[in-house]
Ligand binder design. Structure first.
Ligand code: HEM
Length: 536
């Protein structure tokens, strides 16, 4: 990491109290998301599509018909959807109802339109306004609102809307999104990735096969990496003598549990808004512990910085927390962003890295081509990864992109319509939540020739014949001003680790086809049976 030039003056101003009085609650309800003035500011023109009057009414959008009193909940308990797993549900909806359908009348859940069509996805996203609204994860917003003193108005990005979201996003955007800022951490990520490579050599069996819980190793790598970037903190996740009941292991288990609970509370039918369900209580318990630990790390990082002399600070490699503290008057912005980085930065990059490895292991010809690229950029397998070298890895980036298409970790991208839209011939009124199910669109031959096959070439000029036909059919990091704020760090981490892994090993697959389950993210659900043989 490079020292930050502007350190001296900014650091004296660390930790002032925020001037603005904190709001009691994050804006996460529809009314709060688009109050009149904000809606105008967000570019939410009250107009409607020109073909509105000739479109079919919203009521005719197909979908499971709700029963009197019990709505659609019964279908998931006793009815036709009882045996359908969450992972199977999107395809089932598409097969049963076609390119657009709606799921209504679930307790505690806003009605949701599912859309499997890239033209409709384009129309929705291009009309999202400058403050796009993505409702969801309301339980997280609610949990935070219980302890407003910890957030002091800086509620974060994930579950906020309108002005709260926009103010926070503009405060963190430059630090988080500028590629040159992410590159500052390449040395740190190289160090962590090398540790995992060393560990892979140690933990493989006599046939060079990774242990069944190799996904846990990827989670540890992801946690160690994001802690280093966010807080300049080394947890020692990849130490060889780490105990199974260590704090690190508990952090990882807790992050998985939090994702699992959010899925139960905010995606599946749930009545947590009316009664504290077991999933809500489990989430609160896990959150209480996790926030306590991470707030402790943050406090430690702040104290470390305060104790430093001016010279030490100038020579110091700044974490994201510290950069955000220097840029923003309200220190809580840095704190909440660091907290969200640790929460969002484990399961996302570990699951994606797992599927890239899997696809390359199952496609040895693509792996060989990648290794040719890696051999020319890293003649010495032990040479460290640098930002310049990463620049040259075009085929690696294509492999990651293609693996994210074939095996995406997110179901799709959601927005609230901010004007009356016609989607797939139906009226979709302003204020409706629409989920563009990109995880199903990517399987469609009409959008990707040989859609079910892994062809990184389709992302390179030479793969013109395999190129996708619609840019709105595949959006792994989302779209527009609300796009994934951790994207640059995620890409840096994955490119660094994967380049080292395939430069060092020939990676094969020895198990049954990989299983994944939808738990907020599509997540690894069977052992990662990678065979990792040293390359000579
Ligand atoms: C392969 C890894 C990742 C993928 C595929 C991914 C994907 C996404 C997607 C699709 C969104 C929604 C974007 C939208 O609505 O347009 C999102 C939002 C977000 N992501 Fe990521 N993400 C990844 C890694 C990360 C990491 C490492 C972090 C933390 C450093 C992170 C933090 C966030 C946050 C805070 C948001 C909310 C942004 C906002 O609402 O303004 N993500 N991510």
């Amino acid at each position: 990491m490079a020292p930050l030039q502007t350190a001296g003056a900014g650091l004296r101003a660390l930790w002032p109290r925020p001037r603005a009085r904190p709001r009691a609650r994050p804006r996460s309800t529809l009314a709060a998301a688009l109050p009149r003035d904000d809606a105008a500011a967000a570019g939410a023109a009250p107009e409607r599509d020109a073909d509105w009057d000739s479109a079919r009414p919203f009521s005719e959008i197909p979908g499971p018909r709700p029963a009197p009193l019990v709505g659609n909940m019964w279908r998931f308990i006793l009815g036709d959807l009882r045996t359908v797993t969450p992972s199977e549900l999107p395809r089932r909806f598409f097969n049963d109802y076609g390119p657009i359908m709606k799921l209504t009348n679930l307790p505690g859940r806003r009605d949701l339109v599912f859309c499997f069509d890239a033209d409709a996805s384009e129309k929705l996203l291009r009309n999202e306004g400058i403050w796009p609204t993505r409702m969801g994860l309301e339980s997280l917003g609610y949990y935070r609102s219980l302890t407003p003193e910890k957030f002091e108005g800086a509620w974060g990005l994930v579950s906020t809307q309108g002005k709260d979201w926009a103010t926070f996003r503009s405060a963190v955007n430059q630090t988080m999104m500028q590629p040159r800022n992410a590159k500052l951490y390449v040395g740190a990520i190289d160090t962590v990735s090398q540790q995992l490579i060393n560990r892979m050599r140690l933990i493989r069996d006599e046939k060079n096969v990774m242990p069944d819980d190799f996904y846990n190793e990827l989670s540890k790598w992801a946690l160690e990496s994001i802690m280093y970037i966010a807080l300049d903190k080394r947890l020692g996740c990849l130490d060889n003598n780490l105990k199974p009941d260590s704090q690190v292991q508990r952090i990882i288990t807790t992050v998985h549990a939090i994702f699992d609970c959010l899925f139960h509370l905010d995606v599946q039918p749930s009545v947590w808004k009316y009664v504290p369900t077991p999933a809500y209580r489990r989430m609160k318990k896990n959150m209480d512990w996790f926030y306590g630990i991470v707030f402790g790390f943050i406090e430690e990082a702040m104290q470390r910085l305060q104790r430093m002399s001016a010279e030490e600070r100038d020579a110091h490699e700044y974490s994201v927390l510290e950069r955000l503290l220097l840029r923003n008057e309200n220190p809580r912005i840095a704190v909440t962003m660091a907290l969200d980085m640790v929460t969002a930065g484990v399961d996302t990059t570990s699951n994606t890295s797992a599927v890239v490895m899997y696809q390359l292991a199952r496609n040895p010809d693509k792996q060989r081509r990648l290794q040719q690229e890696l051999d020319s950029v890293f003649p010495d397998p032990d040479s460290p990864v640098t930002a310049d070298k990463l620049e040259q890895l075009r085929y690696l980036r294509a492999c990651i992109r293609e693996a994210m298409r074939v095996s995406p970790i997110i179901i799709g991208n959601q927005r609230m319509a901010v004007k009356d839209l016609v989607l797939c011939g139906y009226q979709v009124p302003r204020g409706t939540d629409v989920l563009c199910v990109h995880s199903e669109m990517v399987k469609e031959e009409r959008y990707f020739p040989r859609a079910l096959e892994f062809h990184p070439e389709r992302w390179l000029p030479e793969g013109e014949h395999l190129k996708g036909t619609h840019p709105f059919a595949h959006m792994p990091f989302g779209f527009g001003p609300r796009t994934c704020v951790g994207r640059r760090f995620a890409q840096l981490e994955m490119e660094t680790f994967l380049s080292k892994a395939f430069r060092n090993f020939n990676i094969g697959w020895t198990g049954a086809p990989l299983k994944r389950e939808l738990r907020l993210l599509y997540s690894v659900a069977s052992p990662l049976k990678f065979e990792c043989v040293d390359r000579v």
